[in-house]
Design a protein around this ligand. Structure first.
Ligand SMILES: O=C(CO)[C@H](O)[C@H](O)COP(=O)(O)O
Ligand SMILES: [Fe+2]
Length: 221
């Protein structure tokens, strides 16, 4: 499968939201990554369902919603109704992860789990069959523009090996500090989806930056 690019709007100019989404609509972006932060699980606050709903009206792209919140089960249905196609919760925030995954799938959305840099991928192995997407956090969640944590590459490799052995359709997404400087290595390690915030929106030409990330490893399909 050709890898997917998911620009994160966290790094965009919210005062120009319709223009920023129009730019993504007119780009090689496959998904739009939306970072929801609750100010409790992570030390930052961003946005909730109203913004997801507004973005959903501005685009036909797949919406990839990354919930960095405690008790995500309280909002999963509302995010799906707002337009989320993929909903990911954090392993560290979910003592009942298996139940949370069932809940997400019952809404009709795809179910993802994000893991922090200190969480081993093996923690997900007992429920891997239930997971559509694993987000390997390659920074500590909470802020855009942070430095990539190198150890994440080993985690991608280990997870890819397990997914391949079990012949699962589970996708691997890498989130945090991703750009042209490490994209090739991440794809070689087994990543399927690259999230890029700063590398896209802080670039002089965001559309070109997306196309360059898409072109890695051959021509874009
Ligand atoms: O989940 C996130 C942070 O918690 C963001 O998706 C991530 O940081 C993307 O931003 P950048 O590419 O600038 O690192
Ligand atoms: Fe994210």
């Amino acid at each position: 499968m050709k890898h997917l690019i998911a620009p994160s709007v966290l790094a965009c100019d919210f005062a120009r939201l319709p223009e920023e989404i129009a730019l993504l609509n007119d780009s090689a972006a496959d998904w739009i990554h939306l970072d929801v932060m609750d100010g409790r699980f992570v030390p930052n606050l961003t946005f909730g369902m109203p913004l997801v709903e507004a973005i959903n009206r501005l685009t036909d792209k797949t919406l990839d919603v990354h919930l960095m919140m405690l008790e995500p089960e309280r909002y999963v249905e509302a995010f799906q109704k707002a337009g989320a196609d993929w909903i990911s919760v954090h392993y560290e925030a979910c003592p009942h992860l298996h139940r949370n995954l069932q809940q997400i799938k019952a809404t009709g959305a795809k179910a993802g789990v994000a893991i922090n840099p200190h969480t081993p991928v093996e923690a997900l192995f007992p429920v891997l069959e239930e997971i559509d997407l694993v987000i390997i956090m390659s920074v500590n969640p909470g802020f855009g523009g942070q430095k990539f944590i190198y150890h994440s590459i080993e985690k991608i490799k280990k997870l890819k090996e397990e997914i391949t052995i079990r012949n699962l359709p589970t996708l691997i997404e890498v989130d945090g500090g991703v750009g042209m400087q490490n994209a090739q290595v991440l794809l070689q390690a087994g990543a399927d989806v690259l999230v890029a915030g700063s590398a896209v929106f802080k670039a002089p030409d965001p559309k070109k930056a997306i196309q360059q990330l898409k072109n890695i490893g051959g021509l874009a399909l």
